[in-house]
Ligand binder design. Structure first.
Ligand code: SER
Length: 320
């Protein structure tokens, strides 16, 4: 079999970010050149039908090695992870998946001369002693979820592989991501996606965070643009090799409900905080992303209301 040139491998392609990023990458690089990989087959028809798919468990390095008989992997987006809320239910497994998965990908990248690796970090790297407003790029980091600890350690290892082995690893600390194409799985910021679905389905939403819990968030088109801009930036502009702070908007459940009420005045919300409240309370309320703006020109486009307008428009179309 002839090897395909310049394959881009997306691991975790069926997830909330992966399912959209894979389709964006296929638009840019061509369907056949972007391999979607996940531990399960895609449910989304568009993802399944638009290009190649491979089953990859990141905890089984042989799965990655097996790909080399079919593809010449030039770039990897390694998105597979267990998020904050799910991680707390099985901390040891979350640690193993998030850390061993990262090592397996980084080592594969070194061994097979992969040119660039993308790995997402998160606002979960911050903790209760981090300044909560305008959280700086470099500050106190004392994450207290296993997800946050794994992301913080992962950042150190990404930088280590860059400095010691010259691997071109790039990373962003995402805030909560909101999109209409796929649901998030097991995060603390998931309410901000679910609330739109429930607003349309039931006209009411029971929120697992309290009304004044302010968290940094981002609409998916901005997250995709930020990710691709970072990956397309000349290497010398990518000065931070741990992970960049990235911001777009911050809001509370009460404020997103208000934004939805501009379209559905009868929409109601109730509050029943659960264990995710403690996680949210340990995270920043807003993020200083000056370094990303200065180094490679980051600029978000969506605020709360423009996101709400777009989310509701698309979800209504999908439901009809
Ligand atoms: N959205 C993620 C979570 O809530 C944070 O990165 O776990």
């Amino acid at each position: 079999m002839t090897k395909k040139p310049h394959t881009i491998l997306v691991i975790g392609a069926c997830g909330q970010l992966g399912s959209e990023l894979t389709l964006e990458l296929r638009k840019i690089y061509g369907d056949a050149n972007v391999v979607a990989a996940d531990i399960q087959y895609p449910k989304q028809a568009e993802l399944r039908e638009s290009g190649p798919f491979e089953i990859v468990d990141v905890l089984t390095p042989q799965h990655l090695t097996d790909l080399t008989s079919k593809y010449k992997v030039k770039q990897i987006y390694h998105l597979a992870a267990i998020l904050s809320a799910t991680g707390e239910k099985n901390p040891k497994f979350a640690w193993r998946l998030n850390m061993d998965g990262l090592f397996n990908v980084l080592d594969f990248a070194l061994e097979h001369k992969v040119e660039k690796v993308y790995w997402p970090s998160s606002i979960a790297v911050f903790g209760p002693n981090t300044p909560r407003e305008n959280t700086p790029q470099n500050t106190i980091m004392d994450p207290n979820t296993v997800y946050g600890i794994s992301k913080q350690a992962g950042e150190r290892w990404c930088e280590y592989y860059f400095l010691k082995y010259g691997l071109d690893v790039r990373s962003l600390r995402y805030p909560g991501l909101i999109g209409y194409k796929a649901l998030p799985g097991g995060g603390t910021t998931d309410y901000a996606v679910d609330i739109y679905h429930q607003a349309l389905a039931k006209g009411t939403y029971k929120c697992f965070l309290s009304e004044h819990t302010r968290l940094p968030m981002m609409y998916m088109p901005d997250a995709l643009k930020g990710t691709l801009d970072l990956m397309h930036a000349p290497a010398e502009q990518v000065k931070i090799r741990s992970s960049y702070n990235l911001a777009a908007m911050s809001f509370t459940p009460e404020e997103i409900a208000g934004s939805i009420r501009r379209h559905y005045p009868d929409f109601t919300i109730t509050y029943e905080p659960d264990m995710r409240q403690q996680i949210a309370d340990s995270w920043p309320q807003s993020i200083d992303d000056l370094a990303a703006r200065q180094d490679w020109g980051w600029k978000p486009q969506y605020d709360l209301h423009t996101m709400t307008d777009d989310m509701l428009l698309h979800l209504k179309r999908i439901n009809n």
